[in-house]
Design a binder for this molecule. Structure first.
Ligand code: NGS
Length: 325
């Protein structure tokens, strides 16, 4: 047997190991590159103003002021990096805010928006979210009001029902546009105008936690804007989802059943950072409920909410609706 054979074998072995490692790396890169959409379908930045749903709350007192302008906001390239988000707001000034509501001082807004935030036991996130979002929204020339809908019981979390409760109140208060907002998401782009379009808009299409890709095309969870009349038409959210997950996919199904589209702004206008938290308990029944609801959802939603209202408290920076389910 020639002397060089073991060395040749060793070399061969090394070569195959190197090859397999390279193949593995390529496969991993491929997997991550194909998981989600970097450049999802979206409206053109130039055409956005044609899609806006301009409607004010009739209760808003407007004095003789010129109409607010939105072009500069929609064209703004100002953005903040996820790592630059302030974690405390000791220097926060609440100028102009009353009961969670704000309207620009020197112009008449074209949009009135109710921001609905479902909540339980996340004080540290509330402390970051509230001042951040007020600072962000006060630059947008819109009239808005922040509602926090708090589940004050130990039952399983029911986000869909909480959104229905918030929407009912905001509609009673005559808001024509609802923005359903996770408390752990903070917008990064000034151009992400908090207003409704003529179709529902998934606003948080580009989140740092998901490497700024849209994880699937029908995702509407996170931050979603929808006209109040359309929310009523869809009969709101299903009240049946208890625990984490599924209620938003069920809502997407309602949107498509009513021949509405899910619109999005371009990725560079739709970036958010997600505050860290532990994963909620998953609802094991969520897929079954979604299947059931595909067949019948007419009597499950805004028209069938049961809850005990504890109180509605007006704080300076938000209105808190406390409920037991
Ligand atoms: C899907 C969930 C949605 C959820 C989305 C993103 O799998 O409710 O993930 O979740 N649908 C089902 O479970 C059927 S996230 O990673 O942002 O917490 O919104």
């Amino acid at each position: 047997m020639p002397k060089w054979l073991p060395l040749q074998k060793l070399l061969q072995l090394r070569l195959t190991t190197c090859l397999s490692i390279t193949l593995c790396i390529v496969a991993i890169i491929q997997f991550f590159a194909s998981y989600g959409y970097y450049n999802y379908d979206h409206l053109d930045q130039e055409s956005l103003r044609h899609h806006l749903y301009a409607k004010r709350n009739p209760n808003l007192i407007t004095k003789l002021k010129p109409e607010c302008r939105y072009n500069d906001i929609l064209q703004s390239s100002k953005t903040v990096g996820s790592s630059k988000i302030p974690r405390n707001h000791y220097d926060f000034l609440s100028n102009g805010i009353m009961n969670g509501s704000y309207s620009p001082e020197d112009c008449t807004p074209l949009f009135s928006v109710a921001i609905l935030v479902t909540y339980r036991n996340r004080q540290s996130q509330l402390d970051i979210f509230i001042p951040y979002i007020h600072n962000f929204l006060r630059k947008q020339n819109i009239h808005y009001k922040i509602y926090i809908i708090e589940q004050q019981d130990d039952k399983l979390w029911n986000k869909g029902l909480l959104y229905n409760i918030g929407a009912k109140q905001a509609i009673l208060d005559k808001f024509p546009c609802l923005i359903l907002h996770d408390i752990d998401l903070l917008p990064l782009d000034d151009s992400n105008l908090y207003a409704c379009l003529n179709h529902p808009r998934h606003m948080s299409a580009s989140i740092d936690k998901f490497r700024f890709v849209l994880i699937y095309k029908t995702l509407v969870g996170g931050v979603l804007s929808i006209r109040s009349d359309q929310y009523k038409e869809l009969n709101g959210f299903s009240n049946k989802f208890q625990g984490w997950g599924g209620e938003d996919d069920d809502f997407a199904e309602r949107i498509s059943k009513h021949n509405l589209e899910i619109l999005r702004f371009p990725p560079h206008m739709s970036r958010y950072t997600m505050l860290q938290h532990k994963q909620e308990h998953k609802n094991e029944d969520r897929h079954r409920i979604m299947e059931e609801n595909k067949r019948n959802s007419q009597n499950d939603g805004l028209n069938s909410i049961h809850y005990e209202m504890i109180n509605i408290k007006n704080h300076r920076l938000f209105t808190m609706i406390g409920v037991r389910l």
